[in-house]
Design a protein around this ligand. Structure first.
Ligand SMILES: C[S@@+](CC[C@H](N)C(=O)[O-])C[C@H]1O[C@@H](n2cnc3c(N)ncnc32)[C@H](O)[C@@H]1O
Length: 274
């Protein structure tokens, strides 16, 4: 498969099915006491917990890119357990609808929103991120778009369901050999303009190391069987991430898109194809 086809096609049907099963099981395990302790201990100290990859720089960049106001509604595409949505609401007072395919993630997200007393403003639904509720002001997808079919086209279709200019903030893992130029070509080819594009692989690798060392340390405390399985899953994921990044086969990107031609101002400055 060519490098272009890899991300144009996105995850194939079997990978999507395995990813769904993996997330549903891992959220069930992480909802236990060991999992909660892990998510709290492994997170970037300045960022919400989420599935564990969102960093303080992601959250800062998200707020700067979308500039949500209290009357705005953002859609969180692949919201996981909802921690990022709750944190963004607390920071900006905007409303958020979080959607995720994993019922266990949505159950935990609703529990967390109730515990935080924000369930009136931060709602969660089981849904496919490629078909979000329409009419939101803008959207964001943190490390979730790579699990859908044809991510760039899914992103364009999501943008069309939002208020103009259909702005979406994204963090995404992509094959290393796709490179910046390949990613720009795919996004523009789907009818979107890039307002910003940053390679944040180094930041992601640091967060992955933090997750792995936290899981290893917690294993030494001999947790329950379910806790051990949860930590082993984390270790397996982080070992794969370390290997793939070390061999240049995986990169993490952070970018913001709008619909091409949706803005009355000229196209944003090219973000570079080097
Ligand atoms: C790596 S996790 C990131 C979760 C969250 N955004 C965060 O940063 O903590 C990827 C999430 O995408 C969700 N997901 C994968 N495919 C999806 C789809 N087609 N529709 C909705 N959610 C999906 C998974 O269930 C999982 O919660």
């Amino acid at each position: 498969m060519s490098r272009r086809a890899l991300i144009e096609t996105g995850a194939d049907a079997i990978t999507r099915w395995i990813a769904r099963l993996y997330f549903d099981v891992s959220y069930r395990l992480l909802a236990g006491s060991v999992g909660r302790e892990f998510l709290e201990a492994a997170r970037d100290p300045d960022a919400p917990g989420g599935h564990g990859y969102a960093t303080s720089l992601d959250v800062q960049a998200l707020v700067e890119a979308l500039e949500p106001l209290p009357h705005d509604t953002l859609v969180d595409l692949g919201c996981g357990i909802g921690e990022v949505a709750i944190a963004i609401h607390r920071r900006t007072a905007c409303r958020i609808v979080g959607i995720d395919a994993a019922p266990s993630a949505i159950a935990e997200a609703r529990r967390r929103a109730s515990a935080a007393g924000v369930q009136g403003c931060v709602r969660f639904l089981v849904a496919d991120l490629a078909s979000p509720p329409s009419g939101a002001s803008a959207g964001y997808a943190l490390d979730s778009l790579m699990f859908v079919r044809r991510p760039a086209h899914a992103l364009a279709s999501v943008s069309r369901s939002l208020e103009p200019p259909g702005r979406v903030f994204v963090t995404l893992l992509a094959p290393g050999r796709l490179g910046r130029a390949g990613l720009v070509g795919l996004i523009e080819g789907a009818g979107l303009w890039l307002e910003s594009l940053d390679d944040v692989t180094v930041e992601f690798a640091a967060q992955s190391r933090r997750r792995a060392s936290t899981a290893r340390r917690m294993m030494l405390a001999r947790p329950s069987l379910a806790g051990r399985v949860a930590l082993l899953l984390v270790l397996a994921e982080e070992t794969a991430v370390k290997h793939l990044i070390g061999h240049g086969r995986l990169r993490r990107w952070r970018f913001t898109t709008i619909l091409a031609g949706a803005s009355s101002s000229p196209a944003p400055e090219p973000v570079g194809r080097a």
